[in-house]
Design a protein around this ligand. Structure first.
Ligand code: NAP
Length: 349
């Protein structure tokens, strides 16, 4: 069986999609929608850095909605719920990394819209990603399978922004900002809390308990002790060089799930305080019986450098569910509905 897919936008995640759909015989790339004018008319392979695919990128949204396909891999910078509902009503399943993946109370209204569109179109909606969507929900639930008591689940996301994130993250996340100004304004990660909290609600649903509330601790900041150079300049002394966000899901008055989002620039000796959180990784530590932990990270290459495949993991966490989402019953499908998915076409000669 081949699944005809449309790639909806071609940023970091969408380009992984194009490369995978071109390589994996289970998929047939039939359309590519872009937003950036310069990309219109270009072959999808050219956009994604591979050989031509024969599929030409367009910005004609209506034509893409009208195109016959089994699934849309929907990866724009921000999800537009009305567009997702149009796609679902047009008979195409939607698999996405852009926002929702578990219908928590924060997203009750769009969840209703999406469920109604699935019912009208006889189609399914599914979301995933590395975090949220895998490291902070599927992995803790998977670890819990081998435990007899769970007390507290800690999920650490540690990212070296200068090595393992696109350069735009420096400005976008407030690195190089005055410390007091940074702490007095909303942060990008803080604004994302309802999206990360979906993972917490998924863990709680999976463990059969109810979250009373999700709280955010004050953000911790380390500043640059010396200028921290990067490709577009430097993070100035005294400005934000590291940030740690801590979010807690409380169950029966106790902290059941604690997410730590730690984003760093430079080395510990370039920071005040000299936080040493180690390399980019996801780490799940479960206090309970038996205490259990797991670390997910890239592999060190022959040059000793570790490559962080964050965008590949993000895209593939969602893409590998496409066959089951297309073949299964209609509706908003979550990890909890799909259970252990069976990826297709990963073993190739
Ligand atoms: N859960 C996770 O683990 C995880 C991890 C990473 C990313 N994500 C999410 O996945 C999605 C894609 O991430 P990404 O890194 O690929 O994003 P990205 O590179 O920042 O942007 C995605 C694409 O969106 C299109 N776009 C830009 N401005 C737009 C606008 N004003 N209106 C409509 N489209 C616009 C562009 O498409 P063209 O270039 O084709 O014109 C852009 O390349 C985002 O929603 C992101 O938050 C999730």
């Amino acid at each position: 069986m081949t699944y005809r897919v449309i790639q909806w936008m071609t940023g970091d995640v969408g380009q992984v999609g194009i490369r995978h759909f071109a390589q994996n015989p289970v998929y047939d790339l039939v359309g590519v929608l872009v937003h950036t004018p310069d990309k219109v008319g270009r072959d999808a392979g050219d956009i994604a850095g591979i050989a031509p695919t024969g599929v030409i990128a367009t910005d004609d949204l209506d034509a893409m909605v009208a195109l016959d396909a089994d699934c849309v891999f929907y990866t724009p910078v921000i999800m537009d719920v009305d567009t997702v509902c149009r796609l679902l009503r047009s008979g195409k399943n939607v698999v996405t990394t852009s926002g929702f993946f578990h219908p928590s109370a924060d997203f009750a209204a769009p969840a209703e819209q999406i469920r109604a569109a699935c019912a009208d179109g006889g189609t399914s909606f599914y979301g995933g990603g590395i975090h949220p969507g895998y490291a902070g929900d599927l992995l803790p639930l998977t670890l819990a399978r081998v435990m007899s008591r769970v007390d507290t689940i800690h999920v650490y996301e540690v990212v070296d922004v200068l090595k393992d994130a696109p350069l735009d993250h420096i400005d976008w996340m407030g690195f190089g900002k005055d410390r007091d100004r940074f702490l007095s304004e909303p942060t990008i990660l803080g604004l994302g809390l309802p999206f990360f909290a979906q993972s917490m609600y998924m863990i709680a649903d999976g463990l059969g308990v109810q979250i009373d509330e999700v709280t955010a601790a004050e953000v911790d900041v380390a500043t640059a002790r010396t200028p921290i150079p990067h490709e577009q300049g430097a993070i100035g002394p005294g400005t934000v060089a590291a940030q740690r966000h801590e979010w807690t899901a409380w169950v029966d008055g106790r902290p059941l799930i604690v997410f730590h989002a730690i984003y760093l620039a430079g080395s510990p000796d370039q920071r005040e305080p000299a936080w040493d959180w180690g390399e980019t990784r996801y780490e799940i530590v479960i206090d309970g019986d038996p205490p259990t932990e797991l670390t997910l990270r890239g592999v060190r290459g022959p040059d000793g450098e570790m490559v962080h495949p964050g965008y590949d993991w993000t895209a593939m966490a969602a893409i590998n569910a496409i066959p089951e989402v297309c073949d299964g019953p209609p509706g908003w499908r979550t990890h909890l509905d799909l259970g252990l998915i069976r990826p297709r076409g990963l073993v190739r000669t």
